[in-house]
Design a protein. Structure first.
Length: 433
């Protein structure tokens, strides 16, 4: 058994798969290190409420940017021809721009009717800073930039331009956090965290777009019109199954923020969001980087089951190494590092570690389901997860914050184990056909 494990680890460390992972995750890891190092400064310049506002803003932007492309960017890796993949990207851009225009128009209508002002008064206890009105205009811009980034990221993954992808993470991180600190000295302090994210995302998109221009210049208008219908028909499962799955998946991850906002307030949301930034967000981004390379590798590998198993093993080891230290760090460390009002941060991280561990490991192999075009399994799992989550939170309404986090974390961890098992069975059945 030990010899087998050594052989597997040796093969993993000498494979092109791991080389690509190293290129991408090294940039991702460094990009996450920057905001972590600057956290002691951020928590002195920005309050838990301002972190809570950022969390709500990003939640809205990420949810809508995921749906406005109808998840067609997920299909970009599958066509044999680069021209067909580029057409899928163009269709995604079209749906994104159209959706953003409609969302902007809707926000203007709601604003003129006073609906958005009422929502802001409820969220901020009638103490609304005038700068928060700018969020009406920043949300569509955030959606547009996030959607463009997702499309271009998939395109660069198809071409295995992992250095570009790595640099995009670094540029976003190097600019967004330091820029937020600089803007905190200006009159824009209350939205400085949000502006830093938007500017950083814009420049990250700029880094990824060059390789896309090279191919679309070769696509004629007639080719685009003729092939669009065929490609939409072929990859329609991404529209009908992947899109609702992505919506439910995002809502299930952010549902706890809505719950905390309603029952514990934005102060608790801010502390939870910071706890997630310290461990959950870095793990999520690194996991998604592994997932990106795994998806591409799955389209070319001969022994797909072997790639699946090796990925699970590698992610389990990495997840164990990354999460274990947080059970050893005393709570007083976070008080000294971040300030007295952030004293619960360490405990929050420990409570959500089981969920973060499981999601980190099994999130990587979920593209096995998309690769087989059996996207409906993802949707079925997500619907079941969401229903159970709603029932769970209806039961724990009387619990304190720590009990809610513990129950939520254990339940989520088990659900991701189930998802990994489904992905394995679907891939195995596809190979046996």
């Amino acid at each position: 058994m030990i010899r087998l494990m050594k052989n597997i680890l040796h093969e993993i460390m000498h494979s092109q798969y791991v080389k690509n992972l190293f290129i991408l995750t090294s940039g991702v890891g460094l990009s996450q290190l920057i905001p972590l190092l600057l956290l002691p400064l951020l928590t002195r310049f920005f309050s838990p409420v301002e972190f809570g506002v950022l969390a709500l803003f990003l939640a809205i932007v990420q949810l809508l940017s995921t749906t406005t492309t109808f998840r067609l960017e997920m299909a970009v890796l599958l066509p044999k021809k680069d021209s067909d993949a580029a057409i899928l990207c163009l269709i995604s851009f079209f749906t994104l721009f159209t959706s953003v225009l409609l969302i902007s128009f809707l926000f203007l209508i709601l604003s003129s009717c006073g609906v958005l002002d009422s929502i802001k008064n409820i969220l901020f206890n009638n103490n609304v800073h005038e700068l928060y009105t700018l969020l009406i205009y920043l949300i569509p811009l955030g959606i547009l930039l996030m959607g463009c980034y997702n499309i271009l990221y998939s395109w660069n993954n198809r071409l295995e331009l992992y250095k570009n992808m790595s640099y995009s993470h670094l540029v976003h991180s190097f600019l967004s956090t330091p820029l937020a600190i600089v803007l905190s000295f200006s009159s824009l302090q209350f939205i400085a965290l949000i502006l830093g994210q938007i500017i950083g995302r814009f420049l990250a998109c700029f880094l990824l777009i060059k390789s896309f221009f090279n191919i679309i210049s070769e696509i004629s208008k007639s080719d685009f019109l003729n092939k669009s219908k065929v490609l939409l028909s072929k990859y329609r499962k991404f529209i009908f199954f992947e899109t609702p799955h992505s919506i439910l998946n995002f809502v299930s991850q952010k549902y706890i923020i809505a719950f905390f906002t309603a029952f514990f307030g934005l102060f608790t949301v801010g502390i939870f969001d910071l706890s997630d930034k310290i461990l959950g967000k870095p793990l999520g981004i690194i996991s998604n980087s592994f997932k990106t390379v795994f998806y591409k590798r799955l389209t070319t590998a001969k022994d797909k089951i072997s790639i699946f198993k090796k990925s699970i093993l590698l992610m389990t080891v990495i997840s164990f190494v990354l999460t274990t230290p947080f059970y050893l760090i005393p709570d007083t460390f976070f008080i000294v590092l971040l300030g007295q009002e952030w004293s619960d941060t360490g405990r929050y991280i420990q409570l959500i570690c089981p969920l973060l561990f499981s999601r980190f490991v099994f999130n990587v192999v979920t593209p096995a389901i998309s690769y087989t075009l059996q996207n409906h399994f993802l949707l079925i799992w997500q619907i079941f997860y969401m229903i159970c989550l709603v029932l769970l939170f209806s039961i724990v309404q009387e619990f304190n914050v720590e009990k809610v986090l513990f129950v939520y974390s254990i339940f989520g961890a088990l659900m991701y184990v189930v998802l990994g098992w489904i992905a394995f069975l679907v891939l195995k059945k596809h190979i046996q056909k």
